[in-house]
Design a protein around this ligand. Structure first.
Ligand code: CTP
Length: 398
């Protein structure tokens, strides 16, 4: 079952994250799902009814006492014409009103009047999220059957850091699909994604590592889950939160990553986005290495197992699609194409890490190398790269 033909009533409440509702509407309509929007007064401070209308292709409702709306469609009917009511972003205020059963505007009246399942994706300042009142409201709502898509952790628009950022639209899309019993194109498929760096210990306090943030790999895992896949994300040490709806296995070293990947097999596809350390220290010291006043210690390195190469090797456990990444600073195509052949993988996502801000940043400029040749993508946000790549993976394995 897919989202095509389903109907979502999307309530957009106030908050800086309201702009992400636009992306959610785009994803829902692309999946064939009808979207009718209700915009709260606070939400209208951040997005306009016109943008919601342009993307949803439907009239946007804002006012409880609009006679036109009541004559066209009563608020009770508005809430019942949908298969699912989605509140995204859900502010601390609207969650409190939902928990208390208040009905003082169109959105809250609809939420009280509806007999349809409700899903809420909260977004707010970290302190508001952590406040006992908000947590108690969430508990009340969850007990009543409201599906909560938890917020991400990270730097916030207000300058603070922590949980409270609206979950990414593909993650909310996946939760909507699950709430509606719709599988998406990757339903029934298992995908393994590796992400982040690995840390190779030198002694109990020091390690060899790299600058990978895990943003691209985590976004791909979330986008695949959004298309209905069962995703196992094997992540090295990162500061990102675990994507909602994804099984995340945390590892430190390349050997731990290899073991976790092997344990997750079989899979229909494997995406190796991790920046695995090529080498580890041959003899890890049991105790902290001390300065002796003599020459600095020499580190002898030994090669790590190649997880991508292992996954792509012919055999009964080989996933149907194996995708590798190639971070290059020069001769992008030649190096990446050679890597594709050497590692026996089906696709290589090559990115130029020579420019500033690519590694660890939010943007990515990639070339997808397949048997058919090279496809150069424009500079895009890592979320957009993930959505585009997930759609191509779905075409290939579903
Ligand atoms: N990779 C892996 N296990 C390793 C090393 C790399 O799974 N031990 C995967 C990465 O996740 C990525 C791809 O292999 O998908 C490319 O890794 P990279 O280190 O860039 O390639 P190398 O073959 O090591 O080439 P070079 O370091 O010369 O660029």
């Amino acid at each position: 079952m897919t989202l095509a033909g389903k109907r979502v009533l999307l309530i957009v409440s106030g908050g800086i994250a309201a702009y992400k509702a636009l992306e959610l509407i785009r994803l829902l309509t692309k999946a064939g799902c009808g979207v009718r929007c209700v915009l709260t007064k606070a939400g209208a401070q951040f997005v306009t009814p016109l943008s919601l209308q342009a993307l949803s292709g439907e009239k946007v409702y804002t006012d409880l006492f609009s006679l036109t709306d009541e004559s066209e469609m009563g608020h009770i009917e508005l809430s019942r014409a949908a298969d699912l009511v989605v509140v995204a972003p859900a502010s601390a205020d609207i969650l409190a009103k939902m928990a208390a059963g208040l009905a003082d505007d169109l959105a809250t009246t609809l939420l009280l009047a509806t007999d349809k399942p409700v899903l809420a994706a909260p977004a707010m300042n970290v302190r508001m999220w952590q406040h006992a009142a908000t947590q108690a409201n969430l508990e009340t709502l969850a007990k009543r059957g409201v599906v909560i898509v938890p917020p991400d952790e990270g730097p916030m628009a207000c300058g603070e850091y922590g949980p409270g950022r609206l979950a990414e639209p593909p993650v909310i899309l996946g939760a909507i699909a699950r709430a509606l019993g719709a599988g998406g194109p990757l339903a029934g498929k298992h995908v393994i994604v590796t992400s982040g760096p690995t840390h190779e210990p030198i002694d109990p306090v020091r390690y060899l590592g790299n600058r990978s943030s895990g943003k691209q790999g985590h976004a791909i895992a979330a986008a695949l889950a959004g298309l209905g896949a069962r995703v196992t994300l094997v992540s090295g040490p990162v500061t990102l939160s675990d994507p909602f709806g994804v099984k995340t296995v945390h590892v430190e070293t390349a050997i731990e990553m290899l073991n976790a990947v092997k344990a997750a097999l079989p899979a229909d596809a494997a995406i190796c986005a991790a920046a695995v350390a090529d080498w580890r220290v041959a003899m890890q010291a049991d105790q902290k290495i001390k300065k002796t006043g003599d020459a600095p210690p020499a580190l002898t390195l030994t090669e790590n197992p190649d997880i991508l190469h292992m996954l792509a090797a012919p055999g009964p456990q080989r996933p149907r699609l194996v995708v590798g990444f190639a971070a290059e600073t020069e001769h992008l195509f030649t190096h990446a194409a050679a890597k594709r052949a050497r590692k026996n993988c089906d696709w290589i996502v090559a990115n130029n890490v020579g420019g500033t801000g690519i590694m660890g940043g939010d943007m990515n400029e990639i070339t997808l190398i397949t048997e058919a040749g090279a496809d150069v993508w424009p500079l895009m946000g890592k979320q957009d790269v993930a959505i585009k790549l997930a759609a191509l993976i779905a075409q290939e394995v579903s």
